[in-house]
Design a binder for this molecule. Structure first.
Ligand code: AMP
Ligand code: GLY
Length: 433
């Protein structure tokens, strides 16, 4: 089989690496990929952007790919799956219509309301006055979200009236987020611990992936600005088996059933960002793709053949699948470039990658490239993540840190407390996979 993986991040490196391990696969093409995907066995990069739908379709047809797996949200929201399917190509990911669950926060909230899926109280706002009026209902702090895709940067938790007004003005005038901010969703601020819950879905059939948690803030102790994610681990001890069952019953099943009932049956990875509140799990957001950096530790633990799982989903046989997970903990730490999540450096040579060796550790590349001399250089904010497997979170964390010491580039930084929440969690005895 020939498989096309679309995207260029750490998530796509992990997916391509795992897909390439399938004995059924003889070639994986990654468009556009990174220096890490280029170096994997059976893998080659193709220089086509993840947002160039015409170019990707032409690539898939020219190469005769048997299966396409889409990493990021932008091509899904742009209708890549619909285009591929109309051209007779097998593709794992949701339709453009179903992708609205991530692409429009207003759509997503209305959908949750229609189907009784627990989430923060909200209102869709198009004027500053309406927003200030709604503030009376929800109180401070208030959460304000640009409606459209904003690469994880469209959410502000406003602590004061002035901040609420300024944020609304900023977003609604279209200056800060363009089209994505033409309308905003304003909602009550939920309290609790956050967890990622990711499933493979095909219509009403769902198979949960291993549980995970990411760390969104840039700095230790969850300080500093929000990022795409600075590290993640799996399993997440906070998700007990009982909680997993509750999330499946109150969030995941009603979501896939609701989508199917409304004529937009979901195929692909479905990601619910959950706040574990005192009133039970509530949805913060849906993503219509795998998480980054959650994919990396989850793929490290997946012992089953990912291609078998994806094919089963596409063939309507997902309920027969029971993915097997390594019982160890996988923990990944993201190494980022100076300035991230703001404007950041590029083109810095990376050293020490060759020291990462062995079955229990893996460096997944994200923003990396190769210069004219064959030297691997930085090319993005999140540069790579080092994932380690260990008997428990502490062991995995220690091994990841030990390997991270060897990796260097100018301006490199990473958090040193990834997984600390799990280490601190006392009752880790009955957690889910
Ligand atoms: P989102 O893109 O909607 O997941 O929002 C990004 C981050 O903002 C989440 O991971 C949370 O940390 C935070 N957030 C979003 N919505 C809320 C909410 N209603 N209450 C508290 N925190 C929130
Ligand atoms: N790690 C959060 C995300 O993928 O959106």
């Amino acid at each position: 089989m020939k498989v096309l993986v679309i995207g260029n991040g750490g998530r796509e490196h992990a997916l391509a690496w795992k897909i390439a391990q399938s004995p059924r696969v003889n070639e994986v093409i990654i468009a556009p990929g990174n220096a890490g995907t280029a170096a994997e066995a059976k893998c080659t990069n193709a220089d086509v952007s993840a947002e160039d739908i015409d170019g990707l379709l032409a690539l898939a047809q020219e190469c005769g790919v048997d299966l396409t797996v889409v990493g990021p949200e932008a091509p899904l929201a742009a209708g890549l799956v619909d285009r591929f399917q109309a051209n007779g190509l097998r593709c794992f990911g949701p339709s453009q219509q179903a992708a609205q669950l991530e692409a429009s926060k207003a759509f997503s909230k209305r959908f949750m309301q229609r189907h009784g899926i627990p989430t923060a109280q909200y209102q869709t706002i198009t004027t500053v006055d309406d927003g200030m009026a709604f503030l009376d209902a929800i109180g401070l702090p208030a959460v304000i979200k640009a409606d459209g895709l904003a690469a994880g940067k469209g959410v502000v938790i406003a602590e004061t009236d002035d901040q609420v007004r300024a944020t609304l003005e900023d977003m609604l005038t279209g200056q800060a987020f363009g089209e994505a901010g033409r309308q905003v969703v304003m909602e009550e601020c939920l309290e609790g611990e956050e967890a990622s819950f990711i499933v493979m879905a095909a219509g009403r059939d769902v198979v949960p992936m291993a549980t995970s948690q990411d760390h969104k803030r840039r700095d230790n102790q969850d300080a500093g600005p929000n990022t795409g994610g600075m590290g993640a681990y799996s399993p997440a001890p906070v998700i007990t088996q009982a909680l997993q069952a509750q999330i499946m019953d109150t969030v995941i099943r009603p979501t896939v059933a609701g989508l199917e009932a409304e004529g937009m049956a979901f195929t692909g990875f479905l990601y619910a960002g959950i706040m574990l509140t005192a009133d039970g799990p509530k949805v913060l957001e849906f993503n219509v793709r795998f998480g980054d950096p959650e994919t990396q530790p989850i793929m490290m633990r997946l012992q089953s053949d990912l291609v078998d799982l994806i094919e089963a989903a596409l063939n309507g046989e997902l309920t027969d699948q029971h993915p097997q997970w390594d019982q160890r903990t996988a923990l990944g730490v993201v190494v980022a470039s100076k300035g991230y999540p703001g404007p950041h450096d590029k083109g810095q040579p990376i050293t020490g990658l060759e020291t990462i060796a062995g079955d229990a550790v893996k460096a997944f590349h994200a923003g990396t490239g190769v210069d004219a001399n064959g030297q691997i250089i930085t090319q993005g904010g999140r540069v790579l993540s080092v994932v380690a497997l260990g008997e428990d979170v502490k062991t995995a964390q220690a091994l990841a840190h030990d390997q991270l010491k060897h990796i260097a580039f100018d301006g490199a930084f990473y958090r040193t407390d990834i997984g600390q929440r799990a280490i601190d969690a006392t009752d880790a005895s009955r957690h889910a996979q």
